[in-house]
Design a protein around this ligand. Structure first.
Ligand code: SF4
Length: 343
C-alpha cells in the first residue's frame, strides 16, 4: 500500500501518472489530504474511478482521538491519538498570544532514557512516518477549530532519531499548497544527538533548534541523560557552536530545574562559559511536584536565572500550561498503557 500522504505534490504526480492521470492531479490530491479529508471519497473533484483505485492501493489512516483533555485554566488541549496500527501518541495544543502552537510527537515511545521522562519508560516502539507527524498538526487543527501557526517537535520521541521522516515532514508542512507553516515558526528539540545537529546545520534551515541541556557538566548530565555517554556535553556544545556558525540561528537551551541536582551557581557559571561566543537563550522549566518522582522542584529558579543574566545570557522561566491536565510529555500515553494492562 502506498503512503500517499508522506509524499510531496511532485511525488504524488509521479505516483498517479502511471494510472493515466494528468500532471495536475498530484497537486489536487495533496491539497485535499492537507485539508484533512479522512477518505478518498471526499475528494469530490476527482473522477470516481480514481477515488476507488486510490482507496484500493493507498493507505489513509487518520488518527483517532481516543482521549482529549481540555485545561479549564488556560484552554490547553491534550490529545491521545490512536494510529492505524493501534499504537498511541500525544500532541498538545497551547494557546499563546503569538498564536496557537502544537507540540507533536516524533516516535512511539523513546529509547533515549532520560531519567525524568515518562515517554521512555517502555522504550521505543517505532518511528512515525512523515504522514503521522503531519496528521498531528492537521487533526489538532481540525478537531479544535483553532488555526495552528507554530509547531514544536518536543513531544514523545527524539526527532534526531527519526530525522529522515522529520525532514520530510518539514518539507510537507512548509509547502505552499499545504499548511504553509514557515520554518521560523517551527522548533525542533533534541536531547543532544550530535550527528543530527550537524546534519541539520548543513541544511541551513531557519527553524529554531532547541537543546534539552538539563546539566552543563558531564557527571550530572550522564546521571540524568544517558545520551551524554554517547555524546558528551563538551562535544554537544562544540556542535552547537558549529550549528550557530552555519545557520546564524540562536539556540534555545531547555533546563528543567531539579532540586540539588542541577541548580547550583557553579552550574549556571558553566552554562555561561560553554555558551560564550554565540547567542544563547536558556529556558528554565520549573518541575511539577510528582509524588513518585525522585526529582523535586528546585527552589532556586529565580536565583539561577539571575546568575545566568549576570553573565549576559537571556534566561526565561517557562510558563507552565495545562496545570490541571496530564500535560507533561508521555503522561497520558503512559496512563492509557497502564489502564490497558490492568484490563
Ligand atoms: S525527554 Fe525526550 S529524548 Fe528524553 S526520553 Fe523523553 S522523549 Fe526521549
Amino acid at each position: 500500500m502506498t503512503d500517499l500522504k508522506s509524499q510531496t505534490p511532485e511525488e504524488m504526480t509521479r505516483t498517479l501518472m502511471p494510472m493515466g492521470e494528468p500532471a495536475f492531479r498530484g497537486k489536487q490530491v495533496f491539497t485535499w489530504l492537507h485539508r484533512g479529508v479522512s477518505s478518498f471519497d471526499e475528494m469530490t473533484n476527482l473522477p470516481k474511478s480514481l477515488r476507488e483505485k486510490l482507496a484500493e492501493t493507498c493507505v489513509l489512516t487518520p488518527p483517532k482521538a481516543v482521549c482529549k483533555q481540555v485545561s479549564k485554566l488556560d484552554g490547553t488541549i491534550k490529545y491521545l491519538w490512536e494510529l492505524g496500527d493501534g499504537n498511541c501518541i500525544e500532541s498538545v495544543l497551547m494557546q499563546y498570544h503569538h498564536g496557537n502552537t502544537v507540540c507533536i510527537s516524533s516516535q512511539v515511545g523513546c529509547r533515549m532514557g532520560c531519567a525524568f521522562c515518562a515517554s521512555t519508560i517502555a522504550g521505543k516502539v517505532r518511528d512515525l512516518s512523515p504522514a503521522e507527524l503531519l496528521d498531528q498538526v492537521i487533526y489538532t487543527q481540525k478537531d479544535s477549530g483553532l488555526p495552528i501557526s507554530n509547531i514544536v517537535l518536543m513531544g514523545i520521541g527524539e526527532p534526531m532519531d527519526n530525522l529522515d521522516s522529520v525532514l520530510k515532514f518539514l518539507e510537507l508542512v512548509n509547502h505552499p499548497d499545504g499548511l504553509n507553516i514557515g520554518m521560523r515558526h517551527i522548533s525542533l528539540s533534541t536531547c543532544g544527538v550530535i550527528p543530527g545537529i550537524d546534519r541539520l546545520a548543513d541544511l541551513g534551515l531557519q527553524l529554531t533548534l532547541s537543546v534539552s541541556l538539563h546539566a552543563p557538566d558531564g557527571e550530572t548530565r550522564s546521571k540524568i541523560m544517558p545520551v551524554n555517554r554517547a555524546y558528551p556535553v563538551e562535544d554537544l556544545f562544540a556542535a552547537c557552536h558549529r550549528y550557530f556558525e552555519k545557520t546564524g540561528r540562536r539556540i534555545s537551551f531547555e533546563y528543567a530545574m531539579i532540586d540539588g541536582v542541577n541548580d547550583r551557581d557553579w552550574q549556571a557559571d558553566l552554562i555561561a562559559e560553554r555558551v560564550r561566543g554565540m547567542p544563547g537563550h536558556v529556558n528554565l522549566i520549573p518541575l511539577n511536584d510528582v509524588v513518585e518522582s525522585p526529582f523535586k522542584p528546585s527552589k532556586r529558579v529565580a536565583a539561577f536565572q539571575k546568575r545566568l543574566e549576570v553573565h549576559g545570557l537571556t534566561a526565561t522561566v517557562r510558563r507552565s500550561l495545562g496545570g490541571d491536565i496530564d500535560a507533561s510529555c508521555g503522561q497520558l500515553r503512559r496512563k492509557a498503557m497502564e489502564e490497558q494492562k490492568g484490563k
